[in-house]
Design a binder for this molecule. Structure first.
Ligand code: ZN
Length: 196
């Protein structure tokens, strides 16, 4: 790619997931045709949004406050923690309005092939949350190889503590992203969770 302004915009956009070289170029041409004020708004929304969002120190979901909306809601402290891979997975579960417990975001799944081990995930932080107030950990990692391996690993750690460990049912298509699973399927998957 050459080094003119349009190419530089396209290069940055092409770093985003799901944006190929062609789409990046099309967007770059569109951006330079937009009114200056609209581009300023777009750029500052991205920048300010990025600065505003941080991790909840309890569950590691995204928040703009001291703690996320779920952790700071007393009615959500019902003894359940649902473990997910990423913040957007928690968002998918929130959208169905069925689940009333807490979350814990791992920040990934175990993946020996990619060099991601237990210390790279927020597993220690999860174990620290498992006091007397917690009676069930629901593992909602994706039903792919890494998600299953992570679930099995967590069950081995948590069950000896006398806490119930469950796994969401396989209503979710294998290898399918939790995020893209429709709300009815997700609701059934949670309802039909099984003991690990
Ligand atoms: Zn939180």
């Amino acid at each position: 790619m050459s080094n003119d302004a349009i190419s530089r915009i396209a290069l940055e956009l092409s770093r985003l997931p799901g944006i190929g070289r062609k789409s990046a170029q099309r967007l770059a041409y569109h951006i330079v045709s937009m009114p200056e004020e609209d581009v300023r708004t777009l750029a500052s929304t991205l920048w300010n949004g990025r600065k505003a969002v941080r991790f909840c120190p309890v569950c590691f979901n995204y928040t703009e406050e001291e703690q996320c909306a779920v952790c700071s809601d007393e009615t959500r402290h019902n003894g359940q923690i649902c473990v997910v891979r990423e913040p957007r997975d928690a968002a998918a579960i929130e959208r169905m309005h069925d689940y009333r417990g807490l979350y814990h975001v791992l920040g990934g799944t175990l993946s020996p092939m990619n060099g991601i081990g237990p210390d790279d995930l927020r597993i220690r932080e999860l174990l620290q949350r498992l006091d007397d107030s917690i009676n069930e950990v629901i593992i909602a990692t994706n039903p792919d190889i890494e998600g299953e391996a992570t679930a099995a690993y967590l069950a081995r750690l948590i069950k000896p503590l006398g806490i119930r460990v469950t796994r969401i049912a396989h209503g979710v298509p294998i290898g399918g992203d939790l995020e893209y699973t429709d709300e009815v399927t997700l609701s059934k998957a949670l309802e039909g969770r099984r003991e690990m």
